[in-house]
Design a protein around this ligand. Structure first.
Ligand code: MLT
Length: 332
């Protein structure tokens, strides 16, 4: 008779655990077997009209078609992408909130002392999306005409020139730091909630220069709305064949490109993550997406890279790399 007590308790704990799982599933509206049966919010942690927003909208259309529900972009900007990422980390783990973020996912832990989330422990990656080259551009009335003239001008006028970026840890901030480090100068940095609004002020002449992704700069460069000095890639960019590289301009240390990935909160069921990954891969193989990306100087990553496993490995490596760079002061 003695064992009956504990057995009974064990049985009722199991029943309670089962019940609470059912209740949790009901309260978040999630039954992985029915997923997806409602719109999916995609948090973009930067302003509308910028490069992260552009890439997200490109893949949202084919993913919506594939999943049979709408992917709805929500721009939740601020603090170099950490506000939106923080909100995604604490959203219901049911697959109805997805985060699109970039290289800033891996730099934030080293830059923000009180970061409210852990990019590795609090998220499951869905997969890598694309890797985007950057360009060094300036307002059309900024004096220098070539990259070599730009380097000299910034070195001689460091106390007056202004550089736009999208907040600490943003891609434009990292590239800007790499650039000013290479040139051995400090300039006045002007932060925005994304390089979408930064671009508007650059075109308007309110800020002098910026280092930004081709997904946000190719249109303005080809339309002659901004001056373009250099591409931060080893080879010239196909969509901008006349733009020399930083290496051609004598600054080989200014090399950076920006990866983007999709994430869900860590408790999201694996079946749900798998469906999102499959749909991401459909979007990345879509001819329209491939063409749109090519026009903006980039391309979808391979199917092997667009998986949770490959992206988890990249995120861990990148987080360790940036912790070393930023910890040693090289990141500014
Ligand atoms: C950045 O610099 O991190 C990006 O340009 C952010 C954005 O999408 O606006």
């Amino acid at each position: 008779m003695t064992p009956a007590g504990p057995r009974k308790v064990a049985a009722s704990s199991a029943a309670l655990a089962g019940l609470s799982l059912v209740l949790a599933a009901c309260s978040s509206g999630a039954d992985p077997a029915d997923y997806p049966d409602d719109d999916i919010d995609v948090i973009v942690p930067f302003s509308a009209g910028g490069p992260t927003d552009t890439v997200t909208r490109m893949i949202a259309e084919p993913m919506s078609e594939d999943l049979g529900v709408q992917l709805v972009v929500q721009n939740i900007d601020g603090a170099g992408g950490t506000v939106g990422a923080g909100q995604a980390a604490t959203s219901d783990p049911d697959g109805y909130t997805v985060l699109m973020h970039h290289i800033g996912m891996s730099t934030a832990p080293a830059l923000y002392e009180d970061l409210a989330y852990d990019p590795i422990a609090d998220f499951k990656p869905v997969g890598l999306v694309t890797e985007v080259p950057m360009t060094i551009i300036a307002s059309s009335d900024f004096e220098p005409e070539t990259f070599e003239e730009f380097v000299t001008y910034v070195q001689e006028n460091a106390d007056t020139v202004t550089m736009a970026h999208a907040g600490e840890g943003s891609a434009s901030n990292l590239c800007g730091l790499l650039l000013t480090d290479a040139l051995g100068v400090e300039v006045t940095a002007v932060p925005y909630d994304g390089t979408g609004p930064a671009m508007a002020e650059l075109v308007g002449g309110q800020v002098d220069f910026m280092c930004d992704q081709t997904t946000n700069t190719t249109g303005q460069i080809t339309a002659g709305e901004v001056k373009a000095y250099a591409a931060t890639t080893p080879e010239r960019i196909e969509a901008l064949p006349d733009l020399p590289t930083t290496t051609e301009g004598g600054q080989p240390d200014i090399q950076v490109s920006v990866w983007h990935g999709l994430y869900v909160p860590v408790e999201t069921p694996d079946e749900v993550v798998s469906q999102l990954t499959d749909s991401l891969q459909v979007a990345l193989a879509d001819e329209k997406v491939i063409d749109q990306m090519a026009d903006l100087g980039t391309a979808p990553v391979s199917e092997e890279q667009a998986t949770p496993e490959a992206h988890a490995t990249l995120l861990e490596e990148q987080t360790a790399t940036w912790a070393d760079i930023i910890g040693s002061g090289q990141g500014g």
